[in-house]
Design a protein around this ligand. Structure first.
Ligand code: ADP
Ligand code: ADP
Length: 226
């Protein structure tokens, strides 16, 4: 089952200095429950691609389809985790997760119950009433993951989520993320510049190769799981 389909996608940034082609003729498909990593050198368009998929950025031609429908903005069918801790410092862990819920007609009690369930999944149930500054880096990213999953999205988009963590914590978080991925019905698109990380996590790696001044080539590498 194909969840995500990108066809001939182009992105041009227009700035005062002129135009930058960030993506040119990108094509790929992602299947349900797949774990796809996107790697490539700095500036090759990885963030741009994921921001387009998140609906945070427009595109100039081509198609980006989620469940066959064009992506035209953000939606609760997509969860997003960034590198920086995007938690609200003045809200508790649980309130941060509840804030991610974009459902109408949901009572505060129901929202709290949903949040508890996802905090359980990331192993932070005991920290529901803590504030972000009381947590380690890895724990903060686990809260960000819970918040991204609370709407039960089809796809989890992650832009170098563990890039700011020390090596040991990053390693733990990779294992933790794989556990989550195995336990729920989620498709993950994960950006990293760390090839080891991509090989450990991915079913398939998309390599964005920039040819200076012209086309970005996308190379697909399958990664069989042991
Ligand atoms: P990566 O994530 O692979 O480092 P980006 O997607 O951030 O690459 O950037 C791709 C290209 O688009 C780069 O040349 C970058 O300078 C340019 N770019 C990214 N964001 C913007 C923006 N908001 N305005 C203008 N140019 C941008
Ligand atoms: P990270 O999530 O960044 O890898 P660690 O797991 O190294 O963080 O934990 C940082 C600190 O927080 C440690 O003292 C650890 O014992 C504590 N800690 C982390 N997760 C939990 C948890 N679920 N329950 C209790 N303590 C925890």
């Amino acid at each position: 089952e194909v969840i995500l389909e990108v066809k001939g996608l182009n992105k041009i940034y227009k700035t005062a200095k002129g135009e930058t082609t960030a993506l040119k003729n990108i094509n790929f498909k992602t299947h349900r429950r797949e774990f796809v990593c996107v790697i490539g050198p700095s500036g090759c368009g990885k963030s741009t691609l994921v921001r387009i998929l998140a609906g945070l950025e427009s595109y100039n031609g081509g198609e980006a389809l989620l469940d066959g429908k064009p992506i035209t903005g953000p939606g609760r069918d997509r969860g997003m985790v960034f590198q920086g801790y995007t938690l609200f410092p003045w809200r508790t862990v649980k309130e941060n997760v509840m804030f991610g819920l974009q459902m109408n007609n949901i009572t505060t009690n129901e929202a709290a119950r949903e949040a508890d369930q996802w905090l359980d999944l990331v192993g932070l149930e005991k920290f529901a009433n803590a504030y972000p500054h009381e947590l380690s880096g890895g724990m903060k990213q686990r809260v960000a993951i819970a918040r991204a999953l609370v709407n039960q999205p089809r796809i989890l988009l992650m832009d170098e989520p563990f890039g700011a963590l020390d090596a040991q914590t990053r390693c733990k978080m990779q294992t933790h993320l794989l556990e989550i991925w195995r336990n729920i019905d989620i498709t993950i698109v994960f950006i990293t510049h760390d090839l080891d990380e991509a090989i450990f996590l991915a079913d398939r790696i998309l390599v964005l190769k920039a040819h200076p001044g012209e086309v970005m080539e996308l190379i697909e590498v399958p990664v069989p799981r042991p």
